[in-house]
Ligand binder design. Structure first.
Ligand SMILES: [Zn+2]
Ligand SMILES: [Zn+2]
Length: 168
């Protein structure tokens, strides 16, 4: 994901958040995935809902994100839409911290983009499949074998050709 200035909703102003208080958060955001994500559509629309609460000068963020990814089935290449759901449960501090699990911010605004990005990539689907047992494409003629069997014969075992060469 590129950090483009459009992610304004990911900048949360906590100046008015008192200790032991919480603030509801809900927003929609469109995230553009980097080129290495070979999706049909790398623009992902996500809905976020949750809250941020302040305790002992720490800000605890709990968000749930939901969206849909468009990609090609890994086997037959037809278009599939797959849901993506992930949570963002992170702690932020306005002071420096030795705790590696705490995100440090400065000023009144917490930029949650990196935390969201990290959680999204951790929960990213590793495969896209149109349906269980997808038969994929025929390696010879390219037909989608879920639609119809093409009748192509499988190639003979290449080891057989080597034997023929040796006997010559
Ligand atoms: Zn498929
Ligand atoms: Zn075929």
């Amino acid at each position: 994901m590129t950090s483009i200035p459009g992610y304004a909703s990911m900048k949360i102003n906590v100046a008015d958040l008192r200790d032991n208080a919480s603030m509801a958060i809900s927003f929609d955001e469109t995230i553009i995935l980097p080129d290495e994500y070979l999706l049909t559509d790398r623009v992902v629309f996500l809905s976020f809902a949750g809250n941020i609460c302040k305790k002992n000068n720490l800000y605890i963020l709990n968000l749930e994100a939901k969206g849909r990814l468009s990609a090609e089935c890994d086997f037959c290449l037809i278009q599939v839409k797959q849901p993506i759901v992930f949570t963002v449960s992170e702690i932020f501090s306005g002071y420096e911290s030795d705790d590696e699990d705490i995100w440090v911010f400065h000023g009144d605004t917490i930029d949650i983009f990196e935390a969201v990005r990290m959680n999204m990539l951790l929960n990213f689907p590793s495969s896209f499949i149109c349906k269980a047992g997808c038969k994929g494409l025929c390696p010879k003629c390219g037909r989608n074998l879920n639609e119809k069997d093409c009748g192509c014969q499988p190639d003979p075992d290449p080891r057989f050709d080597i034997l023929k060469e040796l006997r010559r």
